[in-house]
Every structure is written in structure tokens, then in C-alpha cells.
Unconditional design. Structure first.
Length: 124
């Protein structure tokens, strides 16, 4: 049986960070500044790793448990959930950087110093 929502909600910061364990590697890290972060401890290829699942209360206990189960499914399929999360993040960033808007803003910033103020504001 895992941790209760009440314990998560009422967890108070201490002088040093501490963990409130749930089950199957999921825990809540309570920092001295009061932030509460969901983490998952797992092993992949014999190496212990940690995966951040989000901060409480944005990520609820049930959502963190769902994310843990999704990560466990990935591990069962020999996929490192941390590497998968980072590759998705990188591909989203690359897609955003290659969008028309990003390139247009970059072009505008490059040529604005050469234009008159009126011309620069008219183009943008």
C-alpha cells in the first residue's frame, strides 16, 4: 500500500530535503524551499537512474502513479524512459526552432539594425 494523498498534501519542508516513498520506486522529494517533486527511481541495464515526473500539486498522486506505470511498461519493452523523455523534448525543441515563425523572427532580428525604424515596425 502506498502513501496517502493527505500525507503528500500536508508534507512540510525541513532543514534538508527528504523523501516520502510511495511504492515501486515512486517517491515525493520535499525540498527546504517547500517545493515537492515527484521522482521515480529505476534501473536500466544495471544502472540506477532517476526520472522526474513533475511537481506537486501540478502532478497529483494518481497522475504520478500513472506516469510510473507508463515508465514501467517502457522498461518492460527495454526502453529507457529517461532517454525517451529527453529525445521527445529535443525533437519538440528542434521542431519549434525550424518553424516559419522562429526563422522569420531570427531574420527580422538580423536585419532590423540595417533598416529605418518605420520599415522595421512595418515588416513586423
Amino acid at each position: 500500500m502506498g502513501v496517502k494523498e493527505v500525507k503528500v498534501r500536508t508534507a512540510k519542508p525541513k532543514e534538508k530535503p527528504y523523501k516520502i516513498a510511495d511504492e515501486k520506486g515512486l517517491y515525493l522529494l520535499v525540498n527546504p524551499n517547500g517545493s515537492k517533486l515527484w521522482k521515480l527511481k529505476y534501473r536500466f541495464a544495471g544502472i540506477e537512474k532517476k526520472l522526474s515526473l513533475g511537481s506537486y500539486p501540478e502532478v497529483t498522486l494518481s497522475a504520478a502513479r500513472d506516469a510510473r506505470e507508463e515508465a514501467r511498461k517502457q522498461l518492460a519493452n527495454h526502453i529507457d524512459p529517461g532517454v525517451l523523455k529527453n529525445s521527445i523534448k529535443r525533437s519538440k525543441k528542434l521542431a519549434a526552432e525550424s518553424s516559419f515563425e522562429f526563422i522569420a523572427r531570427e531574420w527580422h532580428a538580423k536585419f532590423t539594425p540595417k533598416w529605418t525604424k518605420e520599415h522595421g515596425s512595418r515588416i513586423f
